[in-house]
Design a protein around this ligand. Structure first.
Ligand SMILES: [Zn+2]
Length: 380
C-alpha cells in the first residue's frame, strides 16, 4: 500500500501513513469516546470521553508502530533490508526488501512483533492496576485497560498461523526448518492465509447480518485483503523458487540498439523502429551516455502531426526513473524495482557501460523454461 504522508525516521527506519489510517483511527476514537467509555464510566462530561478516546487512539497507533518497528529492526539485524513502515487501514506493515537467509532469522523477524505487543499489553494492564490502586480517575484507568487488552488481542490475532500474518511467517519458518524447502513452506503458509481470509469473510458477513454493523464489514474487508496478500506471497514464493540462483545477465537481452536522444520522433521511427525488431530503445547523448529509455508503446501515443517536431528524448523515461541492474545481481533482487516508468523494463550496466535490457517478457520466458524443466505447468 502506498504511503500518503512521510512522518519521519525512527531508529533509521522511514515511517509513513496511508490516508486510510484516518478511517480506522476515527472508528476507534469515536467507538471509544461514544461507546465503550460512556458505558463503563457513565455520567462524565462529553469532553472527558473525547479526550480519553483521542488519547487511547494515539497510544494505540504508537503501539502498532512499536510492533512494526520491532520487525524492521530485527530484520535489519538479520541482514534483511527495510524500505520503511506504513500505517494504514489494517494496522501497519513493515516493508522488507529481501528475505531471511535461514529459518532462524525468518522466525525471529516474525516473532518479535507479537512479542512486543504482548509485552505492551502486560505493561499497560500492570499500569492500569497501579493507576487504580493509586486512586487515579476511573476513566484514565479504562483507557489504560483498553490499551492493555487491545495489544494482547493484536498479538493473538497476529499469531494465527496464516501468512501474511506473523503467525503465518512463524509457520513458514518452522516448516522450512523441518523440510529445508523454503518455497514449499511459504506456499503452505500462504494457503493457510487464504483459508483464514475466507473464514474472516464468512464470519464478518455473519456478524454484519446479525446486526453488529460496521465491525463485521471491516472484518470482511480484512479477510479479502488477507486472501489477496496471501495469493501474492504464494506467487512470489513460487517465482523466487524458480529464479533462485538466476542472475540478471542470464535473462537479459544483451547489446541493445541505442538511439541518439536528440532526433525527432519521426526520424526515430524511420531510422530505428522500422529497422529493428526491438520494442525498447535506450537513448544516449552525444558522449554515448544513457539518458533515458523509450518504448514503442510511448512512441505510438504521439499523434502523427506532432512526430516531426517532437524530440524523442522528451518522450523517454528519464534515467533516474529507470531501474538499473548489474549483470551479476540476482534477478530476484531486481524484480521489485522493475515495476516502473518504462513499462517494467530495466537497463543493465557494467560500470559506465550499457550491456543489456531486461523486460518482463525476458523474465516470463525464463520462468516458463524453469517450469518446463521442473516437469509441466501447474494448474491454477
Ligand atoms: Zn507483525
Amino acid at each position: 500500500m502506498k504511503e500518503s504522508l512521510r512522518l519521519g525516521r525512527i531508529a533509521g527506519v522511514a515511517v509513513g501513513i496511508n490516508w486510510s489510517v484516518l478511517v480506522i483511527f476515527t472508528l476507534i476514537t469515536v467507538g471509544l469516546a461514544a461507546g465503550r467509555f460512556p458505558i463503563l464510566q457513565p455520567d462524565l462530561e462529553p469532553v472527558a470521553y473525547a479526550v480519553a478516546g483521542l488519547a487511547a487512539g494515539i497510544a494505540f497507533f504508537l503501539s502498532l508502530l512499536a510492533h512494526e518497528l520491532s520487525h524492521a529492526i530485527v530484520a535489519r539485524r538479520n541482514g534483511v533490508g527495510v524500505d520503511g513502515i506504513t500505517l494504514w487501514l489494517f494496522g501497519g506493515v513493515a516493508r522488507l526488501t529481501g528475505e531471511a537467509d535461514d529459518p532462524g532469522a525468518d522466525f525471529r523477524i516474525a516473532a518479535v512483533g507479537p512479542a512486543v505487543s504482548v509485552a505492551l499489553g502486560v505493561v499497560f494492564l500492570s499500569l492500569a492496576g497501579a493507576a487504580s490502586a493509586a486512586g487515579l480517575a476511573p476513566l484514565v484507568v479504562e483507557v489504560v485497560v483498553w490499551l492493555g487488552i487491545i495489544n494482547i488481542v493484536l498479538a493473538v490475532f497476529n499469531l494465527v498461523p496464516a501468512a501474511p500474518l506473523d503467525g503465518g511467517r512463524i509457520l513458514r519458518a518452522a516448516l522450512w526448518r523441518r523440510s529445508g524447502d523454503r518455497v514449499a513452506a511459504a506456499v503452505t503458509a500462504a494457503r493457510a492465509g487464504r483459508s483464514f481470509g475466507w473464514l474472516l469473510i464468512i464470519g464478518g458477513f455473519a456478524i454484519f447480518v446479525l446486526g453488529a454493523g460496521l465491525g463485521g464489514l471491516w472484518i470482511v474487508f480484512l479477510g479479502w485483503f488477507l486472501i489477496n496478500a496471501a495469493r501474492m506471497e504464494e506467487e512470489q514464493a513460487l517465482m523466487g523458487g524458480a529464479l533462485s540462483g538466476v542472475r540478471v545477465a542470464d535473462v537479459m537481452t544483451s547489446g541493445p540498439t541505442t538511439a541518439p536522444d536528440d532526433v525527432t520522433v519521426e526520424q526515430f521511427i524511420e531510422h530505428y523502429v522500422f529497422r529493428n525488431r526491438h520494442s525498447t530503445f535506450p537513448l544516449v547523448d552525444r558522449m554515448g551516455r544513457p539518458t533515458g529509455l523509450v518504448t514503442l508503446r510511448r512512441v505510438k501515443e504521439v499523434p502523427a502531426e506532432r512526430r516531426p517536431s517532437m524530440r524523442i528524448g522528451d518522450l523517454a523515461c528519464p534515467m533516474d526513473e529507470v531501474a538499473i541492474a548489474q549483470p551479476l545481481e540476482p534477478l530476484e533482487d531486481l524484480l521489485p524495482r522493475m515495476a516502473g516508468c518504462p513499462d517494467g523494463r530495466s537497463l543493465v550496466m557494467d560500470g559506465p557501460q550499457l550491456v543489456g535490457i531486461v523486460s518482463p517478457t525476458d523474465v516470463m520466458r525464463h520462468l516458463e523454461m524453469a517450469e518446463l524443466r521442473r516437469g509441466g505447468l501447474e494448474q491454477p
